[in-house]
Ligand binder design. Structure first.
Ligand code: NAP
Length: 356
């Protein structure tokens, strides 16, 4: 655990912070930069493994501003340094408990520290579901990927395997088919879960073929992926298939366990923004992959972080007009008010994440 409490890192006299940001990756760090520059003195509970999914990525070539690309961990380090320079404070621990039933909100960290906040920005992200093979972990970033948009470019004119049978798998397969020489979708059943339209597109694509009733038993390689071993779930037979890359597309899981039952979510557990970036709990904002299962990009997560911070600031300003507060730097008690349904957030109407 490391605390980085800068001199500006002073909660108000009642120990209540203006903004606590949960999550220290693209969305959370961008929110921290904006909140700090608005003099909100944000505290980022960045997680024990801060940096999010970009920490598992190698070269990022689609984040604007880096003509030669930038390594995922370097981008995260730069964003964190920027947030720190403008005054954000950090706790490098997981948030293990959140109580949004009353204001100020309460968040407990792994070591038992309790943090209280007027506003919270939830930017805890999502994680790709993995197969659970040791070899998959070993080759992550060396031929195994969970994001075709991020890594597909490295597999131009090569042969790749996509694992999964849902819309994500077919979306990845169709994206990769524009770049790779061949795309083989490996699915554990003989029927796809994906929508009919996606199935039709994939079935008619000349570069995409399917292996049914099969699971990946192992991934082989020497420094980088060279083959997958597939087990036929009907016959039990194991065969080896040469490949340059394996894209795991068996779904994502939002990191929302500690907010369960407190904030409105969709059926998969993604938080639902209801007014701009505000969640169903007034004063709790959402940003990044924890609510966005459509775009899932570093740049979109960063943009959502910016939006959430700006909305949190405006909301706090509105609250301050109702509650006596001297200035942002000294957060005074806001009293124990019941957090209920939003009265109407700062955004103009609900944002709908339409599928592209
Ligand atoms: P999903 O619909 O849950 O599909 C996951 C797929 O992975 C299923 O085919 C499942 O197999 C397979 N799978 C799960 N665990 C596995 C394992 N351990 N080993 C092998 N295979 C495994 O997830 P998704 O495709 O990410 O989609 C999530 C939601 O987002 C869905 O509602 C989807 O419609 C939506 N979405 C829509 C679009 C679009 O419209 N363009 C794009 C992406 C996602 P089984 O089928 O046997 O369970």
């Amino acid at each position: 655990m490391s605390h980085n409490h800068e001199p500006t890192d002073t909660p108000g006299p009642a120990g209540v912070r203006n903004v606590v940001i949960l999550g220290g990756a693209c969305a959370g760090l961008t929110a921290a930069i904006y909140a700090a520059r608005a003099n909100l003195q944000p505290l980022v509970i960045e997680g024990a493994e801060a940096g999010g999914q970009l920490m598992l990525t190698t070269l990022v070539e689609n984040f604007p501003g880096f003509p030669e690309g930038i390594m995922g961990p370097d981008l995260m380090q730069a964003m964190r340094a920027q947030a720190e320079r403008v005054g954000a404070a950090f706790i490098t621990e997981d948030a293990v408990e959140a109580d949004f039933s009353h204001r100020p909100f309460r968040i407990r960290t792994q070591s038992g520290e309790e943090v209280r906040a007027r506003a919270v920005i939830v930017a805890t992200g999502a994680r790709a579901r993995m197969l659970g093979l040791p070899s998959e972990e070993r080759f992550l970033g060396r031929g195994v990927s969970t994001c075709a948009t991020c890594d597909g470019f490295f597999f131009r004119k090569q042969d790749v395997v996509v694992v999964g049978g849902g819309d994500s798998a077919l979306e990845e397969a169709l994206y990769l088919a524009n770049l790779a020489r061949s795309v083989t979708v490996v699915h554990r059943r003989d029927q796809l879960r994906a929508s009919k339209i996606m199935q039709e597109r994939a079935f008619t694509h000349p570069k995409i073929d399917f292996i049914w009733n099969s699971e990946v038993a192992d991934i082989a390689g020497d420094g980088k992926v060279t083959a997958v071993r597939l087990r036929d779930r009907v016959t039990g037979e194991v065969t080896e298939r040469r490949t340059d890359g394996v894209f795991i597309a068996i779904g994502h899981k939002p990191n929302t366990e500690i907010f369960k039952g407190q904030v409105e979510t969709d059926a998969q557990g993604y938080l639902l923004p209801t007014h701009g970036m505000m969640s169903s709990v007034e004063g709790v904002f959402v940003a990044g992959d924890v609510h966005d299962h459509t775009y899932r990009q570093a740049i979109t997560a960063a943009a959502f972080g910016c939006m959430a911070a700006m909305e949190a600031e405006r909301w706090l300003q509105g609250e301050a007009a109702l509650t006596p507060v001297e200035h942002w730097g000294t957060a005074e008690p806001v009293g124990e008010s019941k957090a209920g349904a939003p009265k109407g957030g700062p955004g103009k109407g609900a944002r709908k994440t339409a599928r592209p």
